[in-house]
Design a protein around this ligand. Structure first.
Ligand SMILES: Nc1ncnc2c1ncn2[C@@H]1O[C@H](COP(=O)(O)OP(=O)(O)OP(=O)(O)O)[C@@H](O)[C@H]1O
Ligand SMILES: [Mg+2]
Length: 1044
């Protein structure tokens, strides 16, 4: 201040950006690199592509909207500031170089100083530019920079309002010019602009007004130049000359501004998205052109107007692409977060990997919410939008946390894949709760649901207030057949008895073969393999293994030669994934190109088998129905070994999902399915293949009203409803309400609400203050239950167990803690091998053994059972079985070898892995549960660490690599041994080099892996940055005297 001069400089963003650049190395999206680096060689535009950084403190920095290039105007208040500035930024990047036209102009300086003074008063005692945000200003959430307006408002409204008329005229002229050039740029695209979008149905008017008020690059440059240009008219020759220089400079700046406009993403050409999206779809997915139905669907009026939509098309119809385009539109054009719900963890991970590159290239976050991953509430991001990809359960918790933190309106779009799962037991109930809450709490959030197997779309439309789009397009025609004895019939619903004779099966079986394969599976599969692929759906896991083994027994030697080397590699990989152990069935079948696939395989094995099948190395998989949902593993021929899943007759939707795997788009010209029937099943099979799709019904009332009870508890806990009437009002938004005539026959919805509230009160989860109109409140236990998503049927048992645990927590090892987080719902599946149980018990330390008795598992009971004696003494069998499972988990934590542990406890390796992932998810739930209950405080720290250990039950050094979506232990070990030891190593790796270094890693896998690692690294860095920003933000409730 001593020299009383102001420097007006235009620079690129603040320290926040600078620090992020440290992380970026070559993690910056290409577009950004191009802008920041590549163009620097140019002449004029290079002014705008330069980077600089500066310290946040003592500068009022102005961030320009991100979409219009991140520029910052910094008002440096003294030369001493400038000196400090030099310390922090490489100042070659100053837009105006050494020239500063207003230095000599005292009048403008005075005005600027006045504005400066005004700003300074407001910002006294504040350490960061961010602190200038008005408290509670919705724009503080904006990625476009909070201060942009404040300083320029000051300049515009206060400084320039009393400018000489000549200057005002000059200003108007420039404004007009800027408007014109802006309009020209806009006219070049067909995209609805942000302001147009504001007119859309679900737009949030308030925030639009704010964004309108924001300044474009054009405005900022214009105003800065005006500041520079504000020299008194008609004085000296020097002044005239200076003005000429200024005009020249303005024209250069305006030219540069136009260049920026040309550089900004060309929102528009591809369904409102930049053409880059189209390029990426081509490059990454091989999709050159949308199917006609996809175009038609995206152009629907209801889609344009962001109304809710359910679309239903056959399997493989390409439904996902439409959802993804809508998601990208929401993220990039409307700048809102999105939630994509998928039914299984593996599908979530696959999607996270598949979309990571889009995120990196288009500058949004892709966040995984599956298993124990995901943060509640999610990290607030000022500069980037997030796409949360979540399992059903995690999506529900995420929505709850957004409601609780009043951020649900940030969610612009919610997509549910496999919407028919609404009718799928307790998981269906969770989807229903999630959707109903979003519908009720955030009108601006658009909901999209898709499915191939929806029977009662009308009900679902009413539930979601959605429009419907249906089409029966399938890229590859599907022909359905059934086989009865030796005859193949084509399914034709138009025929009187549904089946039309097609052909006789051509086979020559010996009598022994006829005995072993009475259903002629070998004849059916050898018609297609090894040149084409085949899936054989079997009713049980054991049957999958038997069928795979049986087929190989009769395959000719020629099959061994088909892709022999690649099959040898697969065998090696399978062996390595099991630390040297290998499934004997796979060892025998893989050389023939055959494998089985079910939940008994480890995740690594499943992945290896799936990848080998996709590449055609394996030509046949004998699988259970788990392979039918969502996973994109199509086959030329699909065989249904029988119309049963275990002992249950197939449902129509299950049948449709299975046969729907037939026909590979772009590879096969036709897909065919063959259902093997016995005479006794003939009439039921007709129904199965010809009847309309089953309806899906609300599951809120199933399992002793579990769903509706937990829904009502969370409604009260989240302050959505606080009276019986409000609860009932909310329930009007559920699918249950739509279907109440079918589902609430015995009592009305109102009666149900009353009964449920009474039950919750009995369970001490809520209290009712009995006034005229009852007011409902959750108890501490109730809050803990819904926060931890703990099933109400065992939340009080859990509470008691944890309290009891505190009395004598045995911390010499993890066993006691592991016992406390062993999932209750897996206990019924546990049949202990008593000999193993007792042996494991004897191997424990004295203090661990003592703990057994403390939790109600007497040594004598286990010993007697092991000796084969009958035990009369009554014991808590749940505790006994739960402890057995805890021993399995405890062994896993020590050994980290699934195979060895499965062997030790006589369990399948798949079950051991399922137990581990359920335990890590439940541990996370118990952690949230204990966080709400003061008396359980010691568990907070303990369970945080345990969740982490259970989530990545591997050597600690592999954990950073396994955090990357889809990197399993086997791959992590390979990477670690090759020197890629941290997330940063992997994120900065060149995929091509990785492929050369790591055995059997394909280019596509390497690309996806590196992209996911980059995304995760960006996500972590951004989360830390957000934390810094949060810390430096002015508290909204700062005492008013501090603001003077
Ligand atoms: N326009 C397109 N051109 C070429 N391939 C496409 C196109 N759209 C989608 N695909 C491809 O078709 C395959 C099936 O698509 P998708 O997984 O979306 O099917 P779906 O309708 O969701 O089927 P399901 O009901 O079985 O899940 C994918 O491999 C996808 O990349
Ligand atoms: Mg799909």
């Amino acid at each position: 201040m001593s020299c009383g001069r102001l420097h007006v400089k235009i620079k690129r963003v603040c320290a926040r950006k600078r620090s992020r650049n440290v992380f970026k190395t070559h993690l910056i999206p290409v577009r950004k690199q191009g802008r920041g680096g590549g163009r620097e060689a140019g002449s004029t535009p290079c002014l705008l592509s330069r980077r600089s950084s500066t310290t946040m403190a003592e500068h009022r920095a102005v961030e320009v909207p991100r979409g219009s290039v991140g520029w910052t105007c910094i008002y440096s208040t003294s030369y001493s500031m400038e000196t400090r500035q030099k310390q922090y930024c490489s100042d070659s990047e100053d837009l105006f170089g050494e020239y500063d036209s207003i230095l000599e102009d005292t009048s403008i300086l005075a005005k600027l100083e006045e504005a400066e003074q005004h700003e300074r008063l407001r910002s006294e005692n504040l350490q960061s530019f961010r602190t200038l945000q008005p408290p509670g200003d919705p724009m503080s959430q904006s990625p476009k920079g909070p201060l942009t307006d404040s300083v320029f408002h000051e300049l515009e409204d206060k400084v320039f309002e009393d400018l000489p008329p000549s200057q005002l005229q000059f200003q108007e002229q420039i404004q007009d010019q800027a408007k014109k050039s802006k309009m020209q740029v806009q006219n070049k695209t067909s995209t609805p602009s942000h302001t147009e979008a504001a007119g859309e149905t679900n737009s949030e008017d308030g925030s639009r007004k704010h964004s309108k008020a924001r300044r474009s690059v054009a405005d900022l440059l214009k105003k800065t130049m005006l500041g520079n240009a504000a020299t008194p008219v008609g004085v000296s020759r020097t002044a005239l000359l200076k003005e000429a220089v200024i005009s020249e400079e303005i024209s250069v700046a305006m030219q540069a501004m136009e260049n920026i406009s040309a550089e900004t993403p060309d929102l528009g050409p591809f369904f409102g998205l930049p053409s880059k999206v189209k390029e990426l779809m081509h490059k990454l997915r091989g999709i050159q052109k949308l199917y006609d139905w996809q175009e038609a669907c995206l152009n629907l009026e209801c889609v344009q107007q962001r109304r809710n939509l359910i679309y239903s098309l056959p399997t493989s119809g390409g439904k996902t692409l439409v959802a993804e385009i809508l998601i990208l539109r929401e993220l990039l054009c409307r700048r809102k977060d999105c939630l994509f719900i998928l039914p299984y963890i593996s599908l979530v991970q696959e999607k996270v990997r598949g979309l990571a590159t889009f995120g990196l290239e288009l500058d949004f976050m892709v966040e995984e919410y599956a298993g124990s991953k995901g943060k509640f509430p999610p990290v607030k991001r000022r500069n980037k939008r997030s796409l949360y990809i979540a399992t059903i359960e995690k999506a529900h918790s995420l929505v709850n946390s957004l409601i609780e933190s009043s951020r649900l309106n940030h969610l612009g779009l919610l997509v549910v894949d496999e919407l028919h799962m609404l009718g799928d037991g307790s998981r269906g109930a969770v989807i229903e709760m999630t959707l109903a809450k979003v519908r009720y709490m955030s009108k601006a959030t658009q909901i999209i649901g898709m499915s191939a197997t929806l029977g009662n779309i009308k009900d679902l439309q009413m539930f979601l207030g959605a429009e419907n789009y249906t089409n029966d397009f399938r890229p590859v025609q599907l022909k359905e057949y059934v086989k009865l004895n030796d005859t193949i019939y084509e399914v034709d619903p138009k025929e009187e008895n549904c089946f039309r004779f097609s052909r006789m099966l051509n086979y020559k079986y010996s009598s022994s073969m006829q005995k072993i394969d009475p259903d002629h599976i070998i004849a059916l599969v050898t018609e297609v393999i090894p040149l084409h692929s085949c899936l054989v759906f079997c009713p049980t896991k054991k049957n999958c293994e038997n069928v795979a083994g049986m087929i190989c027994k009769y395959l000719k030697e020629d099959f061994l030669q088909h892709r022999e080397a690649e099959k040898a590699v697969l065998l090696q990989e399978l062996k390595a994934s099991g630390n040297g152990s290998m499934c004997p069935v796979l060892r025998r079948t893989v050389p023939y190109g055959v494998a089985y696939h079910h939940s008994g395989l480890t995740a690594e094995e499943r992945k290896l088998v799936e990848e080998a099948y996709s590449r055609g190395v394996l030509c046949l998989l004998a699988c259970t129905s788990t392979l039918a949902a969502g996973i994109n593993l199509p086959a030329r021929r699909v065989i249904l070994r029988s119309p049963y899943v275990a002992t249950e007759f197939l449902k129509r939707s299950q049948y449709k999902q299975m046969v729907g795997r037939a026909g590979r788009a772009g590879i096969d010209t036709i897909g065919e399915s063959i259902l093997i029937l016995q005479e006794k099943d003939r009439s039921m099979a007709k129904e199965l293949v010809c009847a309309p799709m089953e309806s899906c019904y609300s599951n809120l009332m199933q399992d002793d009203e579990r769903g509706i009870l937990s829904l009502i508890l969370s409604l009260i806990g989240l302050n959505i409803s606080s009276s019986l009437q409000q609860v009932e009002q909310f329930l009007h938004r559920t699918l249950l309400f739509v279907q109440q005539q079918q589902l609430c026959v015995e009592r009305s919805l109102w009666d149900t609400v009353q009964r449920c509230v009474a039950t919750l009160q009995e369970k001490e989860l809520i209290t009712i203050t009995a006034t005229h109109s009852p007011s409902l409140q959750v108890t501490r236990l109730g809050r803990a239950a819904y926060k931890g998503s703990v099933d109400l049927s065992y939340c009080s048992v859990l509470y008691k167990d944890l309290l009891k645990g505190l009395e004598g927590l045995q911390l010499s090892s993890h066993l006691h803690l592991v016992y406390l987080v062993t999932p209750y719902d897996l206990v019924p599946q546990c049949n202990p091998d008593w000999m193993v149980y007792f042996r494991q018990f004897t191997l424990l330390s004295a203090s661990e053994q003592k703990m057994f008795a403390a939790v109600g598992v007497p040594e004598s009971f286990v010993a007697r059972k092991a000796a084969g004696q009958t035990v009369k003494k009554s014991v808590d069998l749940v505790a006994v079985k739960r402890m057995y499972l805890a021993l399995v988990l405890f062994s896993l934590l020590r050994d980290t070898d699934v195979w060895a542990v499965a062997d030790r406890f006589q369990l399948t390796r798949g079950f051991v892995q399922t137990l581990l992932s359920s335990a890590s998810a439940f541990c996370c739930c118990v952690l949230h549960f204990t966080e709400e209950l003061e008396e359980l405080w010691p568990f907070k720290a303990l369970l945080l660490e345990l969740t982490h250990r259970l989530s990545y039950c591997v050597k600690a050094e592999l954990i950073p690599l396994m955090e990357v979506a889809g990197v399993l232990e086997f791959r992590a070990k390979q990477l670690y041994n090759a020197g890629y030891r941290t997330l940063s190593h992997l994120a900065n790796a060149d995929p091509a080099v990785l492929c050369r270094t790591l055995e059997h890693l394909y280019q596509k896998q390497a690309n996806l892996m590196v992209a996911s690692a980059k995304m995760l690294l960006n996500e972590k860095a951004a989360a830390l940055q957000e934390e810094v920003d949060e810390l430096l933000t002015l508290p909204a409730d700062l005492p008013p005297q501090q603001l003077l």
